[in-house]
Design a protein around this ligand. Structure first.
Ligand SMILES: C=CC1=C(C)c2cc3[nH]c(cc4nc(cc5[nH]c(cc1n2)c(C)c5CCC(=O)O)C(CCC(=O)O)=C4C)c(C)c3C=C
Ligand SMILES: [Fe+2]
Ligand SMILES: [Fe+2]
Length: 347
């Protein structure tokens, strides 16, 4: 007998803002070969020899600024989403984190304990990236083979262009745009090193990271983070009927000295302010839950940069978090999977 259940997976957070906990979390995160994708000896040298000696203190300070009484915003918001989706669907729904506490293994165990042997895995990332979707799926499969061999998985593909996702994202933007004097809307996505884009190119020749490769049709786009980010922007802009020169795309949170996807968000904010833009609105569609990268890097640091160069109104659009329309969409995707699969099994 097949019993269905869902595991939604987000990135994770440190257990607290104590630099020791931040160090532990960053150690696990950055030692992932799909995040810092250099040979293990070089990654160990870089992460354990350099980054973990300085970054945890700096990151802990940033986490302190955004931390909630109940804990990390990303964790709290993911759990709120789980509760609401679980209530709305007919199957058990658990949430897990790729790094830190609330592991994927624990999430699968919770489902297993409820008799689930058919799991719908939903990485909570709209766009595919080696450092997000891929690392989740690879680890989940390893865990399945080792600990849950009686389970089977179905995976939610990246939903960067799914009409339901585009609609709720666009509606969340529209609600704010009505209340501000909107001059420029910036779509800021988490960056990745350019190298990651080339590595994920299944054609091994398409992605040149120039002005045109992401616009010309290619099977490479199935795994091209850059293409998928630009598509999310294009589809939301189309939905909202935005004028061409009133919106743009940029990439935030670069780490280290390698080239990352450009244009960089901080420089774009600065450029906009210097150009005379007074009212700027920012949306962060690579994240479905507000987190350090949205609440601190964008809403605090970004605003400071904008004001320093003469900007006035700086508005951030919250992530989808546990919005009712987003809960409904996720629940519908789950129910459609559960029903279709049952029909196939009966047939
Ligand atoms: C689309 C989502 C994300 C991608 C792609 C991603 C890639 C990536 N990130 C780092 C380094 C860091 N990221 C950090 C925080 C962080 N990253 C994401 C999402 C993606 N990362 C989120 C949601 C968060 C916030 C987590 C939270 O607890 O709120 C951090 C830690 C904070 C800091 O010190 O800046 C680092 C470091 C790399 C190297 C990378 C490579 C592709
Ligand atoms: Fe990151
Ligand atoms: Fe591309």
């Amino acid at each position: 007998m097949r019993n269905k259940g869902v595991l939604m997976v987000n990135l994770g957070s440190p257990d607290s803002t104590d630099p020791k906990d931040v160090k532990k979390y960053l150690g696990e995160f950055l030692m992932d070969e799909r995040v810092i994708d250099v040979p293990k000896w070089a990654r160990t040298l870089l992460v354990k020899g350099i980054i973990l000696n300085t970054r945890p203190k700096q990151s802990a300070k940033a986490y302190k600024k955004i931390w909630w009484e109940e804990g990390s915003p990303l964790i709290v918001l993911s759990e709120r989403l789980r509760e609401k989706v679980d209530e709305m669907t007919g199957v058990p729904v658990e949430v897990a984190m790729r790094y830190g506490s609330g592991t994927i293994k624990e999430g699968l165990q919770k489902l297993h304990d409820q008799g689930v042997n058919e799991v719908f895995l939903i990485p909570l990332y709209p766009q595919f990236a080696m450092a997000t979707t891929e690392t989740i799926l690879v680890l989940a499969e390893e865990l399945r083979r080792e600990h849950f061999p009686d389970m089977s998985f179905t995976t939610m593909p990246p939903f960067y262009n799914h009409p339901d996702y585009i609609r709720v994202l666009a509606e969340s933007i529209k609600e704010k745009l009505y209340h501000v004097d909107y001059e420029h809307l910036l779509f800021s996505y988490h960056g990745v090193p350019e190298r990651h884009i080339r590595k994920s190119d299944i054609t091994k020749s398409h992605c040149k990271i120039d002005g045109s490769c992401c616009k010309s049709p290619s099977p490479a786009h199935q795994y091209c983070y850059r293409h998928q980010c630009f598509e999310t922007t294009r589809l939301v802009a189309q939905y909202l009927e935005l004028k061409e020169d009133t919106y743009s795309t940029s990439f935030q949170s670069r780490l280290g000295f390698d080239p990352w996807l450009q244009p960089y968000t901080d420089r774009t904010i600065e450029k906009m302010g210097k150009k005379g833009i007074k009212n700027m609105t920012i949306v962060t569609p690579a994240f479905v839950s507000d987190c350090l990268e949205t609440l601190e890097e964008i809403a605090m640091e970004g605003e400071e940069i904008f004001h320093e160069v003469g900007g006035k109104e700086f508005t951030t659009i919250p992530c989808l978090n546990d919005r009712q329309d987003w809960v409904k969409v996720l629940s519908r995707w789950i129910d459609e999977w559960a029903i279709v699969d049952t029909k196939t099994a009966i047939a």
